[in-house]
Ligand binder design. Structure first.
Ligand code: NAD
Length: 369
């Protein structure tokens, strides 16, 4: 997507008619030439692997731009300053980040640090009075997630989770079709996400920084997918864990399967792993038809099929698409497509229950909210 025309084309091709409330309005606005200079000014906190992917993607953004960085590594700040034309006065480390409060060039901070730091970092950003996007999983547990939501509400700032798939056209189309009744009554869902993790010394394998293992990192996609395949909230869970490498996965889970029971009677069978590759897919089975996304959760291209034929939707840059979508929500005061802190909390409540089930040898855990 290299030009404004491509973007508008993508918006109209990718999202169909009623699929998405905010982007058609955005397209109209851009077409009229309104709001073109008004961009959401974003500082990125934590300059690791995913931050670099987000920053690259954001070069395509129409409504969001990078204006600042927060990092504990001076050499990374230097590189980002050069690469993204960031002035010195918009650079911070983890000790000085509170001063961002006085910086009028930054509207929002995107927290892309290890999972267990999300809670602390979102509280810091809320206290500084800036809007915040936090990467998934929202936090280590639902208690922290509630505190983060409360802090953002108290500070009067918006709080989003980096649930990029909620802006992704194939995923949006599947949700639209399900809501329109194309699959009839949803009867079963089957979702898997995962990959074989490398470096045994990385933070993802340390409980104190990751909060958990595959379940926290990629199980959240299986779970979030089950929620958007059903449009319901699970009321119970059961879960099982398998561990083939107890040394590498001493602190965190390697492979977890879990079942979610929904109020209408649907059971979703979900799984996630750090132990093997080629494990990504989402399948929804209804009494009138079915839908499948495979790949379903990666950076794309996402591919979809249904009993009616392939899902024809645009391939987008997920990160640019998400950032323009969130910028549109903030700049134009629009509702978000299920990417709020509250959505992150809904997933976290279920993840807490899955871990409780694992601790209790697969016991059925009723979810209280
Ligand atoms: P990473 O290890 O590549 O980057 C993490 C960054 O945090 C590094 O720059 C590191 O220096 C910094 N950091 C700050 N304090 C740290 C500390 N105490 N210990 C270790 N690192 C510290 O990790 P990543 O892959 O960029 O993941 C970061 C977050 O982004 C995670 O929450 C992850 O779940 C999320 N993520 C989301 C997606 C997505 O598709 N939405 C994809 C990848 C990662």
């Amino acid at each position: 997507m290299n030009s404004r025309r491509d973007f508008l084309q993508q918006v109209s091709l990718g999202l169909g008619t009623a699929a998405f409330t905010s982007f058609p309005a955005l397209a109209n606005q851009l077409a009229k030439g309104a709001n073109q200079d008004k961009k959401l000014r974003v500082a990125i906190m934590g300059l690791g692997g995913y931050a670099n992917i987000v920053a690259r993607g954001m070069q395509e953004c129409k409504l969001a731009t990078i204006t600042g960085v927060i990092s504990g590594t001076p050499s990374k700040i230097e590189t980002w300053k050069q690469k993204y034309n960031i002035p010195d006065k918009n650079t911070y480390n983890y000790e000085t980040v509170g001063q961002i409060k006085n910086n009028p060039d930054i509207d929002l901070v995107y927290v892309i640090t290890p999972n267990s730091l999300h809670h602390k970092h979102v509280l810091q950003i809320a206290a500084a009075g800036k809007h915040v996007i936090c990467e998934k999983p929202i936090a280590d547990n639902a208690k922290q997630a509630r505190e983060m939501i409360a802090a953002c509400e108290k500070a009067g700032v918006k709080f989003y989770i980096g649930y990029r798939l909620h802006f992704e056209p194939h995923t949006r189309e599947l949700i639209r079709m399900r809501e329109a009744g194309a699959f009839g009554k949803v009867m079963h869902v089957n979702n898997y996400a995962g990959f074989k993790i490398g470096d045994p010394t990385q933070w993802r394998l340390k409980k104190s920084l990751a909060g958990g293992g595959a379940l926290m990192d990629v199980g959240v996609y299986s779970l979030n997918g089950a929620r958007y395949c059903t449009g319901e909230e699970p009321i119970w869970v059961t879960a099982q864990e398998s561990k083939t490498d107890p040394v590498k996965f001493k602190e965190v889970d390697e492979t977890v399967t879990f079942q979610l029971g929904f109020p209408s009677g649907i059971i979703a069978n979900c799984g996630c792993t750090y132990g093997f590759n080629n494990v990504e897919g989402l399948k929804l089975m209804g009494d009138k038809g079915w839908a499948q996304l495979n790949p379903a959760f990666g950076y794309g291209p996402i591919r979809g099929n249904t009993h009616l034929g392939p899902i024809n939707a645009a391939d987008v840059n997920h990160q640019a698409n998400q950032m323009d979508g969130i910028a549109d929500c903030i700049l134009n005061n629009k509702p978000d497509p299920n990417v709020s802190g509250h959505e992150g909390l809904k997933d976290m409540i279920v993840l807490d229950a899955v871990y409780e089930s694992l601790r209790k040898n697969g016991a059925k855990i009723m979810i209280s909210r």
